[in-house]
Design a binder for this molecule. Structure first.
Ligand code: HEM
Length: 694
C-alpha cells in the first residue's frame, strides 16, 4: 500500500528521484514517517485527560495479586517511569522510554527493574482499553507523570509520540551483552564509566548502597554526580529528581531471602519473592526496607527537611543491605529510612548538593519548579527536538533542547540557480582563501563539498534524534573544532559567495547539503531529490555529545564502526554505499582526519564504483608508522585507504555489499542515492513527509 502526501513542488524545477523511492510524492508503507503519521493521528483522536483520569482511578484500586502499598499504586508507577526514561544516556543517545523496551530483554531482567513486571501487568487493562491509540512507551511515561500529579506533585506536561519496538534489540548496547562489552566495556561492574550511563550495568544509575555496596556517603556523592551527569543532569536537577522521586513510596526488602529468578531465568514466574507470601508486606524488590517520609503518597519537601533536621546512622536492614535510620527515633519517624545515595546529598565533597538540599527544604515553590522541569526533561529527552513531541506538550524554550528558528519569509531561493552556481564552482574555480584539490591539472571542490555535507549530516543520531545538518551547527564550536572537521571552515568560506548571492532565502544548512548533493550529481551520480527548508542555528549548543564516533585513528576498531553506523540509524548496505561514495570523490588530506594525502581512486572527480573495485583488487600495505599512526597504500600505485575502509573489506557482513557494488555500478549508484537521501532527510522533523521536496 502506498500513501499519497501533498507536495508543493514547482513544475519549473527539474525533479530528482523521489526522496523516499518510488513515485514522486508517495511514501512507501512501512516508512517511519508513515508509522509516525498514523500514530500521531490515533493519538490526536485520543482524549488524554480521560486516560489520565482512568489512571488516577486505577492507582487507587488495589489488586489481590499485587497489593498496593497503603492502597495506592502511584509511587510504584513513578518508579516504573523513572526506570523507563532513566536509561537515557547523552554519550550516544541510547536509552529512554521510546520503544517501550523495558518490556524486553535485557532491560526487563535488570536488577533495578525487579517487580516492574507486576507494574506493567497491572497497567494492561488501561493499555487494552486504548489499544494502538497509545503506545507502551507513551503509556509508561504518562503513568508516572500522572501518578505524580495524582499525589499533588507539579507536572509541566507530557511529550508523547513514542513508537513501540517489537523487541529489545535497540537496548542491547545498554548491556549486559557482548555488544556492550565490545564498545563500552566495564572492567568492574559498579565502577563503569561513560559511554555507559550507569556505574553499574543493570542499575539505572548508581548503587543505592554506596560504591560497590560500601555505605560511604562522600564517595557515593561522587558517583551520583558522575552518573546523573552522564544523563546530562546538572546538580540542581539531580537533587530535585532524587528528592522529588523519594518524596513518594518506599523501598522493599522484607527479609534477606531475595526476589527470586528474573524473567530471563524464569519467564513463567519471575520475581516470585522468597519472603513469606512474596507480596504486600513480604515484598522483596531492592532489598532495602521502609519509606522515606511519613506521608509517602503525598507530594512535599519533607524528604529534604527530614534529611537535614536529623542525624542518620547506618545499619543493616531486614533485607540484608546497608541503609540509614534516625537513631533512637520513636513513633512513625522510627520507620523512615534513607539510602546511602540519599545521605550522600549531605556529604558532597564539593559542598554543592548540601546547599541545594537546604534551598529545597526552605522553599517549596523553588523545589516544585525545579522538579517539574527536571522531570519533564527526564521524560522527554528520548524524543529529541521539541518538534517531535505530541500530546500535552509543555511550552518551550528549554535550554536542554534548543530549537531552530523559523524559516525566512524569503525562502525558497531559486533552486535551479543555486544548483547551477554550485555546479560551476565544483570545477574550474579556485578561491585563494582555501585551495581546491587539483586532479589532472584541474581544480576541484566537489570532494570537499561532499565531505562538508557528510560531516554536517553524519552527526545525526537515530537513537535520540539529535544532530544532523539542519541548523548548520558545523559553523560553530564545538563542531567546528572537532579534529575531523579541521579546515572545513575553509570550504564554508568557498561557499560564502553563493550564500551572499541568495541571502536569507538560502540557509547555510540547505546550502551545505545541496553542495554535497550537486557534487555527486555533477560527477556522474544519479539525479537526487532535494528537500530544502532547513534553518540555521545561532550557536552550536546541542552538539556537545555528537562528535564523530567513526574515527580512522589507530584505536578505531570494527565494533566502533558498527556501533557508529547503528547510532546513525543506517543499515550495513546504506553505510557501505555512503562511505564508498564519499571516498569516491576528492582525496584525504593529511591535515585533517587522516594521516595521508592522496585519493582513494584514480579518477577522484568521477562518481562511480571504482572505490569498491580498488578495495577488492589492490593490495594495501601499511606503509609507515609515525607515532602509532597507520597509513594504507596500494602496492605500486598512489591510491590509499583508511583503516575504516579496510574494515569494510575485512568484515564479511560489510564485504558482501562491497562485492555487490564492485560488480554492479548501477546498484551502487541507486543505493548511494537512497542512502544519501535518507541520511540528509533524517533530521527533517519540520517536514517529515517531504512536502518541500523537489
Ligand atoms: C524506589 C534507588 C532516584 C523514584 C527506589 C528503590 C531504590 C531506589 C533502591 C527501592 C525499590 C524497591 O525496593 O521497591 C534510587 C537511587 C536513585 C534514585 C539510587 C538515584 C541516586 C530516583 C528518582 C526517582 C525515583 C530520580 C524519580 C524521580 C522512586 C520511587 C520509588 C523508588 C517513586 C518508590 C517505588 C515504590 O514505592 O514502589 N529507588 N532511586 N528514584 N524510587 Fe528511587
Amino acid at each position: 500500500m502506498l500513501r499519497k502526501v501533498l507536495l508543493l513542488a514547482s513544475p519549473l524545477l527539474s525533479l530528482g528521484a523521489c526522496p523516499f523511492g518510488g513515485e514522486q510524492g508517495v511514501l512507501p508503507d512501512g516508512h517511519p514517517a508513515v508509522a509516525q503519521e498514523t500514530y500521531a493521528a490515533a493519538l490526536g483522536d485520543l482524549d488524554l485527560d480521560l486516560v489520565r483520569s482512568d489512571l488516577k482511578a486505577f492507582f487507587l484500586k488495589s489488586q489481590d495479586h499485587w497489593p498496593a502499598d497503603l492502597g495506592n499504586y502511584a509511587p510504584f508507577f513513578v518508579r516504573l517511569t523513572w526506570h523507563c526514561t532513566g536509561t537515557y544516556r547523552s554519550s550516544d543517545g541510547r536509552g529512554g522510554c521510546e520503544g517501550g523496551r523495558q518490556r524486553f530483554e535485557p532491560e526487563r531482567s535488570w536488577a533495578d527493574n525487579t517487580n516492574l513486571d507486576k507494574a506493567r501487568a497491572l497497567l494492561w487493562p488501561v493499555k487494552a482499553k486504548y489499544g494502538d491509540a497509545i503506545s507502551w512507551g507513551d503509556l509508561m511515561v504518562l503513568a508516572g507523570t500522572t501518578a505524580i500529579e495524582s499525589m499533588g506533585g507539579p507536572v509541566l506536561g507530557f511529550c508523547a509520540g513514542r513508537l513501540d519496538d517489537k523487541d529489545g534489540f535497540e537496548s542491547i548496547e545498554l548491556g549486559p551483552s557482548e555488544e556492550q562489552e565490545a564498545v563500552a566495556p566495564c572492567v568492574l561492574n559498579g565502577t563503569c564509566v561513560s559511554p555507559l550511563g550507569s556505574t553499574t550495568v543493570g542499575l539505572i544509575y548508581v548503587n543505592p548502597e554506596g560504591p560497590l555496596g560500601n555505605p560511604i556517603p562522600a564517595e557515593s556523592a561522587l558517583q551520583v554526580r558522575d552518573s546523573f551527569g552522564r544523563m546530562g543532569m546538572n546538580d540542581s536537577e539531580t537533587v530535585a529528581l532524587i528528592g522529588g522521586g523519594h518524596a513518594f513510596g518506599k523501598v522493599h526488602g522484607a527479609c534477606p531471602a531475595g526476589a527470586g529468578p528474573s524473567p530471563k531465568e524464569d519467564p513463567l514466574n519471575p520475581y516470585p519473592g522468597l519472603c513469606g507470601t512474596g507480596k504486600g508486606k513480604d515484598t522483596f524488590t531492592s532489598g532495602f526496607e521502609g519509606p522515606w517520609t511519613t506521608t509517602p503518597n503525598q507530594w512535599s519537601n519533607l524528604y529534604f527537611n527530614d534529611l537535614l533536621n536529623n542525624d542518620w546512622e547506618v545499619h543493616v536492614g531486614p533485607g540484608g543491605h546497608h541503609q540509614w535510620r534516625i537513631p533512637n527515633a520513636t513513633g512513625p519517624m522510627a520507620g523512615i529510612m534513607r539510602l546511602t545515595t540519599d545521605i550522600s546529598l549531605l556529604h558532597d565533597p564539593a559542598g554543592i548538593y548540601q546547599k541545594i538540599v537546604k534551598e529545597f527544604a526552605a522553599d517549596q515553590a523553588k523545589f516544585d519548579n525545579a522538579f517539574a522541569h527536571a522531570w519533564y526533561k527526564l521524560a522527554s529527552r528520548d524524543m529529541g527536538p521539541a518538534l517531535r513531541c505530541l500530546g500535552q506538550v509543555a511550552a518551550p524554550p528549554f535550554p536542554w533542547n534548543p530549537s531552530l528558528p523559523a524559516r525566512s519569509s524569503e525562502f525558497p531561493p531559486a533552486w535551479p540557480q543555486v544548483k547551477a552556481s554550485l555546479k560551476e564552482m565544483a570545477r574550474d574555480y579556485s578561491k585563494p582563501i582555501f585551495p581546491a584539490d587539483v586532479f589532472s591539472g584541474q581544480s576541484y571542490y566537489g570532494g570537499l563539498f561532499l565531505q562538508l555535507a557528510w560531516r554536517c549530516a553524519s552527526t545525526f543520531r537515530q537513537t535520540d534524534y539529535r544532530g544532523g545538518c539542519n541548523g548548520a551547527r558545523i559553523r560553530f564550536s564545538p563542531e567546528k573544532d572537532w579534529p575531523a572537521n579541521a579546515e572545513l571552515d575553509g570550504v564554508l568560506k568557498v561557499l560564502d559567495d553563493v550564500k551572499a548571492r541568495f541571502g536569507d532565502a538560502l540557509s547555510w544548512s540547505d546550502l551545505i547539503i545541496l553542495a554535497g548533493t550537486v557534487a555527486v550529481e555533477e560527477a556522474g551520480g544519479l539525479p537526487m531529490s532535494f528537500c530544502g527548508g532547513r534553518t540555521d542555528a545561532t550557536d552550536g549548543s546541542g552538539s556537545e555529545h555528537l562528535a564523530p564516533r567513526l574515527s580512522p585513528r589507530p584505536d578505531t576498531d570494527l565494533a566502533f564502526l558498527v556501533d557508529g553506523m547503528k547510532v546513525m540509524g543506517l543499515t550495513r548496505r546504506e553505510f557501505v554505499a555512503l562511505v564508498g561514495g564519499g571516498h569516491t570523490l576528492g582525496q584525504m588530506h593529511a591535515s585533517r582526519s587522516s594521516f595521508i594525502s592522496g585519493p582513494w581512486t584514480s579518477s577522484p572527480s568521477r562518481f562511480n564504483n571504482e572505490y569498491f573495485t580498488n578495495l577488492l583488487t589492490e593490495v594495501y600495505q601499511e606503509v609507515s608508522v609515525q607515532s602509532g599512526e597507520k597509513k594504507y597504500k596500494a602496492v605500486g600505485k598512489e591510491l590509499f585507504m583508511l583503516k575504516t575502509d579496510l574494515f569494510l573489506k575485512a568484515d564479511p557482513e560489510f564485504r558482501i555489499h562491497v562485492e555487490e557494488f564492485a560488480l554492479d555500478n548501477k546498484a551502487f549508484l541507486e543505493s548511494y542515492r537512497a542512502a544519501w537521501t535518507k541520511l540528509v532527510r533524517s533530521d527533517r522533523f519540520d517536514d517529515p513527509t517531504g512536502k518541500l521536496c523537489e
